[in-house]
Ligand binder design. Structure first.
Ligand SMILES: N[C@@H](CCC(=O)N[C@@H](CS)C(=O)NCC(=O)O)C(=O)O
Length: 223
């Protein structure tokens, strides 16, 4: 049984969760409090403390740098998903960096504005403290003040994705690849608080997001 160690609103966890759901794999989610990484630390034998990680029997899988995709590639391999075809190697790397830095950097700030609504009460102090130590004192209030600007910026950063989706179902063609799940995770984090919608009306991106939300491997292969 594959176990995904995570917390629910993390953009990177949302990517792996959607991949597992897509694969219709048997898996279990183990939610940890964001402030307590002891399980991750123990399972990785003191080599890693971020989420997500995956435990699969005796194997524990985790990232080796900011832009590695060790977990996704492991799941892809185990579940035979074909999300990393050789023909798109390189292009996918460039895209996932864009999604995980530019898009994620705006999306998580917009979601974190509402952290009190989804972080459990006993976790809020540590959550705020972690954010303020990383991004500066008063950062969440600053993001609140910047909300409109951040939303415009996100819409602007998503424009290339809208163009990529013109005339096709997925970012790089007619089959979903890793980058589809990756962008999905970043946007699912942005949308997590329930206060936002994807920009625009009846856009390619909105239709793609809805498609990704309900997609499974059997459905994708039947096309
Ligand atoms: N590149 C990693 C990034 C993972 C990451 O940044 N996870 C965040 C949660 S969203 C984390 O655990 N950060 C360390 C911390 O919160 O102490 C991946 O793709 O999994």
């Amino acid at each position: 049984m594959i176990e995904l160690i995570q917390f629910a609103w993390s953009p990177f966890c949302l990517v792996q969760r959607r991949i597992l759901e897509y694969a219709q794999a048997e898996f279990e989610i183990i939610d940890i409090p964001p402030s307590d990484r002891s399980l991750v630390w123990r399972l990785t034998r003191q080599r890693y403390y971020e989420v997500p990680i995956v435990q699969h029997g005796p194997t524990v899988v985790f990232e080796i740098d900011q832009d590695s995709q060790v977990v996704a590639k492991y799941l892809d391999d185990q579940l035979q998903l074909g999300l990393f075809p050789r023909s798109w190697a390189g292009v996918q790397n460039i895209l996932w960096r864009y999604f995980e830095h530019e898009i994620e950097g705006i999306g998580f700030r917009l979601n974190d504005i509402y952290y009190q609504e989804f972080v459990p009460p006993d976790e809020r102090l540590n959550y705020l403290r972690f954010k303020e130590r990383k991004f500066g004192h008063g950062c969440i209030n600053q993001w609140k003040r910047d909300q409109e600007h951040l939303l415009n910026e996100l819409a602007h950063q998503l424009e290339p994705c809208e163009i990529m989706l013109t005339g096709k179902d997925y970012l790089l063609g007619e089959q979903p690849l890793f980058v589809d799940f990756d962008l999905y995770g970043m946007l699912a984090n942005f949308l997590y608080s329930g206060h936002y919608k994807l920009p625009g009306i009846d856009t390619n991106l909105q239709r793609w997001y809805e498609r990704l939300q309900r997609l499974n491997k059997a459905l994708a292969l039947s096309k």
